[in-house]
Design a protein around this ligand. Structure first.
Ligand SMILES: Cc1cc2nc3c(=O)[nH]c(=O)nc-3n(C[C@H](O)[C@H](O)[C@H](O)COP(=O)(O)OP(=O)(O)OC[C@H]3O[C@@H](n4cnc5c(N)ncnc54)[C@H](O)[C@@H]3O)c2cc1C
Length: 402
């Protein structure tokens, strides 16, 4: 059996960014991924057949110049020259089946009256609802802003801790404020995975973990076994909880307190002339079967337009989803012939999440078991990379003390 310095379970941005840091440090690193592709939520789907050069984002879609750790990796991978700006097209709202501007839905008197709260109110200990209702006004929050927050996290976010969604970060002024890549964001995860020194095995689902004499033995669905002296879980928190149940019940118990939400994403590519809607970056409905539509209008294509609808889970089958997509886009069902469906998942943190994470961190503090993912200080891409970096730094300290 091959022995690795570290095995990382999950090849999303959390696992791959960690693998990048470990390989750079000279650690013998193996990433094991359940799916046949790397990237997880980074999924720039390319349509075959008629639209072979057209891609849409089935998951993550936008990066910012405040994502400093991510940018560091992009630079290490030498793909900065493939970054492209995103077109300045607006976000809209869908109100009673009509496309409206966001400002047209806001009560500005209420906003002006409430906004000064931003200088005095603290986010700590507050929920998204309690904090932002006081910043934008209760009516504005219920009517407009709650839907925007729900669209960001693809679930109802009223009970999220207020400090988890948006963070102030220092910007890199030499980098585009908002960017993607010529071939979509998956360029980042593909490039990390193809770096020299990183071994990635796809199509292998980790089924069990055993901890024996300071080593970890991992078994995958096909019966393969792997040994390592350190182990990182970079998969959704519910899977991490399950895998750690037998070797580390105390860690597993804490992890299982963090709930997950499912998002049923459906992307379509449509010939340009079929869609009469003005170009837009995204649409947020006031009330509908989906949380948001993310458009490819941010990267113009000569022939196609693309739209990904992030549906609420378990309420519609595929035919109903396509019917709704057709209605919103004003396109016949049979014109929706380039379709991709993907299930994404996101954590649902609640008030007290920070304490739970502190407990988790103290449980793993002296162990060569690393936890990374989007369920720590936030769900954004940079939150994932930052967590991977801090876990890598902890591992380095552990190794130097041995
Ligand atoms: C629809 C959507 C849009 C988003 N858009 C943005 C955005 O534009 N900008 C932004 O900053 N953030 C965005 N986010 C948030 C961010 O993209 C995600 O939080 C982040 O990509 C999650 O990465 P991850 O590696 O932690 O998890 P994942 O991407 O979920 O990766 C986990 C990986 O683990 C694998 N896995 C699971 N179980 C096993 C197992 N047993 N064995 C082996 N492998 C396993 C999975 O197959 C998967 O590849 C978005 C999130 C969603 C859901």
């Amino acid at each position: 059996m091959n022995m690795y310095d570290i095995i990382i379970i999950g090849a999303g941005i959390s696992g791959l960014s960690l693998s990048h840091y470990c390989t750079k440090e000279g650690l013998k690193t193996l990433v094991i991924e359940k799916s046949n592709r790397v990237g997880g939520t980074f999924h720039s789907h390319r349509f075959e057949g008629e639209a072979p050069d057209f891609w849409i984002e089935a998951g993550a879609h936008t990066c910012y110049n405040s994502y400093r750790n991510l940018i560091g990796i992009i630079e290490d991978c030498r793909i900065r020259d493939r970054m492209i700006p995103m077109e300045k097209v607006p976000f809209r709202m869908l109100v009673d089946n009509q496309i409206k501007s966001i400002p047209s839905q806001i009560n500005f008197m209420e906003l002006l009256y409430s906004a000064p709260g931003i200088f005095t109110l603290k986010k700590q200990g507050e929920s998204v609802e309690s904090y932002y209702s006081r910043i934008v006004g209760k009516h504005n929050f219920e009517r407009v802003f709650s839907h925007i927050f729900n669209a960001v996290a693809s679930q109802r976010t009223n009970d999220f801790p207020a400090d988890i969604l948006f963070k102030k970060r220092i910007r890199r002024k030499d980098i585009l404020k908002k960017y993607t890549f010529r071939d979509g964001l998956q360029t980042i995860t593909d490039s990390i995975a193809s770096q020299q020194g990183i071994e990635v095995q796809t199509g292998k689902e980790v089924k069990s973990i055993q901890s024996i004499d300071n080593q970890y033995e991992i078994e995958t669905g096909d019966g393969s076994r792997y040994l390592s002296s350190s182990l990182a879980l970079a998969n959704p928190v519910s899977v991490a909880a399950e895998l750690l149940q037998s070797p580390f019940p105390d860690i597993s118990q804490q992890l299982s307190r963090i709930k997950m939400a499912k998002v049923e994403s459906v992307g379509v590519a449509v010939k340009k002339e079929m869609v009469s809607l003005e170009p837009f970056a995204g649409i947020i409905p006031l009330k509908d079967s989906f949380f948001s539509i993310v458009s490819r209008d941010t990267v113009i294509d000569e022939h196609y337009r693309g739209f990904t609808f992030h549906f609420r889970p378990d309420i519609m089958d595929m035919e109903l989803k396509l019917k709704r997509i057709g209605e919103v886009l004003g396109v016949q069902r049979d014109q929706l012939n380039h379709v991709i469906a993907k299930e994404n998942s996101v954590p649902s943190p609640k008030i007290g999440h920070g304490r739970l994470i502190n407990t988790l961190d103290s449980l793993i503090a002296d162990k060569s078991i690393l936890l990374t993912g989007n369920y720590f200080s936030g769900v954004s891409i940079e939150d994932c990379v930052s967590r991977s970096l801090s876990e890598f730094n902890r591992l380095k300290k552990l190794l130097s003390n041995r």
